[in-house]
Design a protein around this ligand. Structure first.
Ligand code: NDP
Length: 243
């Protein structure tokens, strides 16, 4: 088991890629803290993990309006687990696909809050717990539009670029010791978000979240101990490592 008794936290664990990552981590022996907005969805993921003999706890938290509750979450995790080995900042929203000149200010700020500010606050507040792990790993979820802006992708593209940049800053500040920071670009994956961006697309033609989750497992495991400040592209990684 690659994550035996590791304490892991996955945001957006109630659906899509986050749910697949949570299930995979649990199947590899980890405790998984399931963080997300919708309690019922987290309970579904938790039920799946328990049914498979895994261990999970749910942490319902709205990463838009509940950021002030993160210190309370950190305290609760400290009391229950004492440390944190893996943090996956996966939760995100697409916002809307529209020309920048029409982008609404409120939506712009909402996308930034969930996609950038929340991963920053979570990482900062959970840092004391991460520092207690002998090999902590933080994995941030990027996107192809993080590396080159794309017309009509508005706030989403800008937030993913910011997340990539912030990951490099974190990685630079922890360059050779302790916590590792990397990003994963899942690439097109059959989830609700992808369907929102490409409503006409047949999801059967896309990789499933379960496939993409393998890259997150790699970055969470000791097999990537020397991988720091890197941006992994799931498609490339899966091609080279699993086929
Ligand atoms: P989904 O829409 O399926 O999942 C997004 C998750 O984020 C949901 O579980 C959602 O919870 C959670 N979330 C959204 N807003 C909040 C909030 N305010 N507070 C707490 N949780 C919230 O999308 P994906 O699985 O596709 O996306 C996962 C990550 O992968 C994202 O960061 C996305 O940008 C990235 N990505 C996805 C790609 C794809 O093709 N699918 C391609 C490139 C990147 P709830 O449902 O309860 O709101």
């Amino acid at each position: 088991m690659l994550l035996k008794d590791k304490i892991t936290l996955v945001t957006g664990a109630g659906s899509g890629i986050g749910r697949a990552v949570a299930n995979l981590f649990a199947s590899e022996g980890a405790w998984v803290i399931l963080l997300g907005r919708t309690q019922a969805k987290l309970e579904e993921t938790s039920d799946q993990i328990n049914a498979a003999g895994g261990r999970a706890v749910i942490a319902p938290l709205d990463l838009e309006n509940g950021l002030d509750r993160i210190p309370e979450l950190a305290r609760a995790l400290h009391e229950r687990f004492g440390h944190l080995d893996v943090l996956v900042n996966n939760a995100g929203i697409l916002g809307t696909l529209t020309p920048l000149e029409n982008y609404e200010s409120i939506l712009w700020e909402q996308v930034f809050r969930i996609n950038v500010t929340a991963p920053f606050f979570l990482t900062r507040e959970l840092m004391p717990l991460l520092k207690k792990s002998p090999e902590a790993s933080v994995i941030n979820c990027s996107s192809s539009v993080a590396f080159k802006g794309r017309a009509f992708w508005g706030a989403y593209a800008a937030t993913k670029a910011a997340l990539v940049n912030m990951t490099e800053t974190w990685a630079g500040e922890f360059s050779k010791r302790g916590v590792r920071f990397n990003t994963v670009n899942p690439g097109a994956t059959a989830t609700a978000m992808r369907a929102q961006a490409y409503p006409g697309e047949d999801p059967a033609t896309l990789p499933a979240p379960q496939q993409v989750a393998r890259v997150f497992l790699y970055l969470a495991s000791h097999f990537s101990t020397d991988v720091r400040g890197q941006h992994l592209n799931a498609r490339d990684w899966l091609t080279w490592h699993l086929q």
